[in-house]
Design a protein around this ligand. Structure first.
Ligand code: GAR
Length: 203
């Protein structure tokens, strides 16, 4: 059996990447991170990966004429690194069906709300504006829609009366850092079975 290889895609600071690196180092995640790719040269995730000795690559979206060119480069880098599971960790771009088909059922995303509520790029702002009392985070497989793929794991946090976007985000992030490594671990242990919209977790 070949060693599983993760490819992690990030756009910014990379704290979820950091939690995944820690879980690989502790042995919780039985895989190697083959490459970390960002769509922005200034993404702090690049420094985190380099500090952990992980190969990095930046494919600057702004330097690509079209989305197709950007995604072809992404797919090429991931394939070159031998990636078997793509991890979107704060990757703030919507991927087209072309990309999704290249790694069908082998792409996971984290989203900082309880999907299907509050998808999109401003989850915490939208949660506070709506006034719900509970929020959380979701790990899901990526399909061809936005934030719409089968849900693997979710966890909740209370929304407090005096919450601002940053305080809510910080509370959710604590859960994210536990949930994402756990979802990857379940996947790599062969414990996830997609049955239509539902993901069954086998013992
Ligand atoms: C995380 O909160 C993640 O859930 C969110 O971006 C943040 C990235 O933080 N993702 C999305 O909003 C996806 N739509 P990080 O770079 O520190 O991991």
């Amino acid at each position: 059996m070949h060693e599983p290889i993760l490819g992690v895609l990030c756009s910014g600071r990379g704290t979820n990447l950091q939690s995944i690196i820690a879980a690989v180092e502790s042995g919780q995640i039985p895989a190697r991170i083959g490459i970390v790719i960002t769509d922005k040269p200034e993404a702090k995730a690049l420094e985190r990966a380099a500090a952990a000795g992980i190969p990095t690559c930046c494919i600057d979206r702004r330097a690509c004429a079209a989305k197709q060119e950007f995604e072809e480069k992404l797919v090429a880098e991931l394939k070159k690194a031998g990636v078997t599971l793509v991890i979107l960790a704060g990757f703030m771009r919507i991927l087209s069906p072309y990309f999704v088909r290249a790694f069908k059922e082998h792409i996971m995303n984290i989203h900082p709300s309880l999907l299907p509520a509050f998808g999109g790029a401003h989850a915490h702002r939208d949660v506070l504006a709506y006034g719900v009392k509970v929020s959380g985070c979701t790990i899901h497989f990526v399909d061809e829609g936005m934030d719409s793929g089968p849900i693997i794991l979710q966890d909740t946090v209370p929304v407090l009366d005096d919450d601002m976007e940053d305080t809510l985000a910080a509370r959710v992030l604590v859960k994210e850092h536990i949930l994402y490594p756990r979802a990857i671990e379940l996947y790599l242990n062969g414990q996830l079975e997609i049955q239509g919209r539902r993901v069954k977790i086998k013992n």
